[in-house]
Design a protein around this ligand. Sequence first.
Ligand code: GLP
Length: 259
Amino acid sequence: MEIVIARDAAAVGELAADAIVAALGRRSEPVLGVATGSSPLTTYRALALRPIEWRTVAAFALDEYVGLPEEHPQSYHRVIDVEVTQRLGLDPGRVHVPNGNAGDLSGECERFERAIRDAGGVDVQILGIGSNGHIGFNEPASSFGSRTRIKTLTPRTRRDNARFFSSPEEVPVHCITQGLGTIMDARRVVLVATGDRKAAAVAAMVEGPVSARVPASILQHHRHATIVVDEAAAEQLAGAEYYRFIQEQKHRLSPADDV
Ligand code: GLP
């Protein structure tokens, strides 16, 4: 894994955008995997200022709540539309979010997997991380081989996400999420995390055992995962000094080395 420690959330956004643009720039019809949550917001702000032909970029969201109307301000359809599609100037026809209101939810999961495959797979997947180590909505004990499917949210995730809703009971119980196997198929992964609330999950992901208790730890097996964190989220990393040293030395290597 490539661990990049940045000063603050704004610097996380800039460094993550550097990595994303470098990877997208090499493709003629790039496919971007996009995440919701507050963590990637500085990344989207930074990306919006980069000279990319955004109209040619296709995007696939990681997940969506089940049963929340599409027009609800917290549906991931709305969040992706406002924070990603409009901000970057993507072609809405190329932006794909699972339909959490489909009559046949299993069929919808299969359709979504097929759509990613038909687009040629994801070039760069942007990720945040839940305080319990989830990525997408792959909660602890998710199968490492899982594909897009229906999941039940943990009480902790529902509590964490309650801040976006008017009451905790309003947070949906179920969701559709890309699986860990789906996420691992992305050619490159860029995960961003900020704040001390994420420090334990970040340390467990990077330095803990690869374990279903911390779904993000599967990224240790990804061939090119970049983890960009601020000082607060890096607090519990035992190897922080070494990761900073690698960063300082980096200009001597090609960016794909030392992962
Ligand atoms: C949700 C999303 C995840 C996101 C996580 C963290 O659960 N499904 O993709 O990483 O929240 O959110 P935040 O960045 O707001 O802490």
